[in-house]
Design a protein around this ligand. Structure first.
Ligand SMILES: [Zn+2]
Length: 178
């Protein structure tokens, strides 16, 4: 299940890649014709979506994977007080990727300095992994504020899925509003 913008929904529909199960009551106007805006789509065939579902490696996403928790002292911080730490230091050829970068508070990062967790005697709280999905940034969107026509499709989904969807909506909203 995936959230797409209404513009992309129209495009996929015109390209014949999806069938429309439900429509919104609003219409999209083009020069020649008005189109009802699709609300729920079904892909006609499976599209290999790996490129889109892979979580982007960036500072904020590492914080999110680690739940904004310093992986050394276990305290929770806001993004501004957090840093990224190379588990194996860059000077020892540690890579900048999901499995070698963790969330650390300034104090712990400073204390660990240019050492491995073992050398610094600072064990990691959890082993850093490549995430397949991320927990939402404190979401502003509530399920009951979603379009009516989506609800029957969302009812059968579990909580993680719902959170992911509301998170997609928040992101979509943030992108549009700047
Ligand atoms: Zn810390």
């Amino acid at each position: 299940m995936k959230l797409v913008s209404w513009q992309r929904a129209l495009l996929l529909w015109f390209q014949g890649k999806v069938e429309v199960l439900e429509y919104h009551s609003t219409v999209a106007r083009s020069a020649r014709q008005d189109f009802p805006v699709p609300s729920v789509l079904r892909l006609k065939r499976f599209i290999n979506n790996r490129r889109f579902s892979r979580v982007k490696f960036c500072r904020e996403n590492v914080y999110r994977r680690d739940a904004y928790t310093c992986q050394y002292c276990g305290d929770e911080f806001g993004s501004k007080e957090l840093t990224l730490d190379h588990v194996v230091p860059a000077s020892k050829k540690g890579r900048k990727d999901w499995t070698n970068m963790v969330t650390a508070c300034r104090k712990c990062n400073h204390r660990k300095a240019n050492r491995t967790p073992l050398a610094a005697n600072m064990p990691l709280l959890s082993e850093p992994r490549v995430p397949s999905w991320l927990p939402p940034i404190r979401s502003q969107v509530r399920i009951d504020s979603l379009p009516e026509s989506w609800r029957i499709y969302l009812q059968s989904l579990d909580e993680n899925f719902l959170e992911q969807i509301t998170d997609d909506i928040s992101k979509e909203f943030e992108e549009r509003t700047g």
